[in-house]
Design a protein around this ligand. Structure first.
Ligand code: NDP
Ligand code: MG
Length: 411
């Protein structure tokens, strides 16, 4: 049967990779809906190519975009803003939602898809960093399926026993012998550079990833290793493990995409070329397999595979992420928000690359102090967060604080 797919964030890097696979398998998948934000010319071209039934654009662009489609004789329902994204995420015609919007902007529609019981292919790691427990509960309560697209999490998923993959048993079930997860990290463009060189790095140097081609924000996050920090938090929620059960190891070749360590000494690893089409194709077809157009790994050409312990002084963001995960959800929301503001300021050349960790750390400290001082609030830094509104409030507070820290760096 044909799966009807909504690609939210269709104009981005994950959107590109997803649509290239869908284009290769038209009998199995129908592109039912797409969304874009700033790159609407690209979205228009995608509409011409895939002829979706629905498309979401920013609220103030709905009329203009609808007129443009009409002129091109394309019949397509155009919806706008957050309500439009939510409407598509919950559309009864949609089987699978690819959650590929970047940052906090992707949270609400992913949660909507979970509440609507969809099969969710999750690229938007921020949704779990901000709302891990809420999201996992919504998935469970509504019979949704959450399949990770992030290459490391997809690799771990592939290395888990099928009973654990399908939630027929818990990952903690001792008879399955899962000891630890190992998240691999490339180390980014500054792995072999000094902290001093990171301090003076330009935006173009920071986004030049050695192995992966990705959107700008995640590329900066890879340079600071904040990306691995976010992935650590993502993995804790996805696989229901404490941060102490997840190790991070730098593997500069990006061939081993992550590993599961078992009690008998076995390490199961998933390997392949660093190409996002592999995890996307895996999740699209799971539990079956489809071709992804990915170059086969030439093992004869591979040089040594290295594994290195990360330097947490140089990559302070990774340390902050571990600490935030230990503190609780309020801290992970604050860290994600601070980081989004700091990365944007770096891209605008307002702060240096190393200022990002500084800003993130200061925001976490301030939020922690504020939370400890405010006993009247019905949650503390370790407390549980019950609604999306709770999350939005903490996110906003952290952003305001981060803007102050950016201003401090500027002065
Ligand atoms: P891109 O920047 O390439 O694409 C982001 C997408 O989100 C675009 O479609 C963009 O629209 C849309 N978007 C941006 N802001 C908004 C907004 N406010 N409202 C609605 N839509 C918005 O990012 P990536 O594809 O690289 O990453 C997407 C997600 O996947 C991120 O969460 C990232 O961490 C994750 N990820 C990415 C990987 C990769 O290899 N790229 C690997 C693993 C995870 P437009 O372009 O039209 O402005
Ligand atoms: Mg990743």
């Amino acid at each position: 049967m044909t799966q009807r797919i909504a690609v939210l964030g269709a104009t981005g890097s994950i959107g590109d990779s997803t649509l290239s696979i869908l284009a290769d398998h038209p009998k199995q998948y129908q592109v039912y809906a797409l969304s874009g934000h700033g790159r609407l010319d690209k979205l228009f071209e995608l509409c011409q190519q895939f002829k979706p039934s629905r498309v979401a654009v920013p609220e103030d662009k709905v009329d203009e975009f609808a007129a443009r489609l009409q002129q091109a004789n394309l019949t397509c329902d155009v919806v706008g803003g957050q309500a439009g994204l939510d409407d598509i995420a919950a559309d009864t015609e949609v089987d699978t939602v690819v959650a590929a919007i970047v940052g906090a902007a992707g949270l609400a529609s992913t949660l909507t898809a979970a509440k609507a019981g969809k099969r969710i292919l999750l690229a938007n790691k921020e949704a779990l960093v901000m709302a891990g427990s809420l999201m996992m509960k919504a998935v469970k309560d509504n019979g949704a399926t959450l399949l990770p697209l992030d290459s490391e999490h997809n690799a771990i998923f592939q290395c888990l026993p099928p009973e654990v993959q399908q939630h027929n048993t818990q990952i903690h079930d001792a008879s399955y012998g899962i000891n630890k997860l190992w998240l691999t990290a490339s180390g980014g463009p500054f792995l072999y550079k000094s902290l001093q060189q990171m301090q003076t790095a330009s935006v173009s140097e920071a986004v030049k990833h050695p192995n992966w081609s990705m959107g700008q924000k995640i590329s900066v996050d890879s340079a600071t290793m904040m990306n691995k920090g976010l992935e650590l938090i993502e993995a804790c929620h996805l696989f229901d493990l404490a941060e102490s059960q997840i190790n991070v190891v730098i593997h500069p070749q990006s061939i081993v995409h992550s590993m599961v360590e078992y009690c008998d000494g076995s390490f199961l690893a998933q390997m392949g070329s660093p190409d996002m089409r592999t995890p996307i194709a895996h999740a699209l077809a799971y539990p079956k397999r489809i071709t992804a157009g990915v170059k086969s790994l030439d093992l004869y050409q591979l040089s040594a595979l290295e594994f290195i312990k990360p330097d947490l002084e140089k990559f302070a963001c990774l340390k902050l992420a571990r600490e935030a995960m230990q503190s609780g959800q309020e801290a992970t929301i604050a860290l994600n928000a601070a980081n989004e503001v700091a990365v944007e300021a770096f891209i605008k050349e307002q702060v240096s690359l190393t200022d990002i960790a500084l800003i993130n750390g200061r925001v976490l400290d301030t939020m922690h102090q504020r939370s400890s001082a405010n006993q009247s609030v019905d949650r503390d830094f370790r407390g549980s967060i019950r609604t999306l509104d709770d999350i939005v409030i903490i996110d906003k507070l952290a952003r305001i604080q981060a803007q102050k820290e950016v201003a401090q760096c500027l002065s």
